[in-house]
Design a protein around this ligand. Structure first.
Ligand code: AKB
Length: 317
């Protein structure tokens, strides 16, 4: 797995190790593994833009599937478009080449960011217009196309998911637009308040990380004969905007307060994304069913964060 210390990787590594065995999963990242993290299992330093490094790790460990997660997220990509192209596309191209040469399957996440202002915004269909106006979106559409190309041209087993905003209490997200949701949970526990960088009515689809991890594993284990689509499936679990989330948090943390200081860059990114997506293809082709709605996500997030961030036990009533 590349980008194994990131938001998805931190939880996917453990899930894959419990399912397939600790010694069967090699975690890698461009950051060094923090000491005393409690994680057993192989860890390698890998810069995904370095094909030789990737090749070396794949050959040394006899890797048969690459979960390629290393990428810049939407907001940080917009600050550094050249770096975003280099990491997101340069990294993927090298991963696909190594996969082609070593007969590996590849999982690569896409995003609701692969859509743009010309896309139907409500119940966005699986197959529709994709003309994003952010560099993140441009890399995501290009990645979907390149993964499909490697599948039909070289028979590389590529599969992907268009993740909505992801919510997790394990590893902090880095530089996304949907990150306001995670920040709001942390704000609620730490300060009883949060200043949101998106407008109160900025709706988008979201998902709690346990659903995202299960979706990844289910897609990679799905029967290839049943897949009409590959790169990448629309996916959703719940839909809300900052105002809805603040109200749901206030149910568990009465007195929670929110105010708004809109960041024009991240607001423009959110405004270019779907309000909601239609994930029927994922449901029909490989049986996708989410388990966490907003109420259940809030309860678990606040419960875990209260224990993690404060010494006293503050359970959600
Ligand atoms: C981001 O906000 O950039 C990501 C995403 C929705 O792709 N979380």
């Amino acid at each position: 797995m590349t980008g194994a210390l990131g938001q998805i990787g931190s939880e996917l590594v453990s899930a894959l190790r419990s399912r397939y065995g600790v010694d069967r999963v090699v975690a890698s990242d461009v950051r060094m593994h923090p000491r005393g993290s409690g994680q057993n299992g192989a860890f390698e330093y890998v810069d995904v833009t370095n094909g030789r490094q990737l090749q070396g790790v794949v050959r040394r460990h006899g890797v048969d599937t690459i979960y390629h997660l290393a990428a810049l997220l939407s907001a940080v990509a917009e600050e550094k478009p050249q770096v975003a192209w280099n990491v997101n596309m340069g990294g993927l191209y090298r991963v696909l080449e190594v996969a082609r040469e070593n007969h590996c399957a590849v999982f690569h996440p896409s995003s609701i960011g692969a859509f743009g202002p010309g896309t139907p915004r409500e119940a966005t269909p699986q197959d529709t217009i994709q003309r994003p106006n952010t560099i993140y979106g441009v890399t995501k559409v290009s990645a979907e196309l390149l993964c499909d190309y490697y599948h039909h041209r070289f028979q590389v087993e590529t599969r992907g998911l268009r993740f909505p905003g992801l919510i997790s209490h394990v590893a902090p997200p880095g530089g996304g637009t949907s990150d306001y949701a995670v920040e709001m949970f942390f704000g609620a526990i730490r300060h009883g308040r949060y200043t949101c960088f998106l407008r109160p009515d900025s709706s988008m689809d979201m998902m709690f990380m346990p659903d995202a991890i299960r979706a990844t594993i289910e897609l990679m284990e799905a029967d290839a004969n049943k897949l009409i689509h590959r790169n990448a499936f629309n996916l959703t679990a719940m839909n809300f905007n900052p105002r809805d989330l603040a109200a749901a948090i206030a149910v568990c943390r009465p007195g929670f307060e929110i105010d708004y200081e809109v960041d024009p860059v991240r607001q423009a990114i959110a405004d270019s994304w779907p309000l909601s997506v239609d994930d029927r293809a994922a449901r029909e082709e490989w049986g996708w069913r989410p388990e966490y709605d907003l109420a259940r996500t809030c309860e678990e997030m606040l419960d875990v964060l209260a224990k993690k961030l404060k010494p006293e036990d503050e359970r959600c009533p």
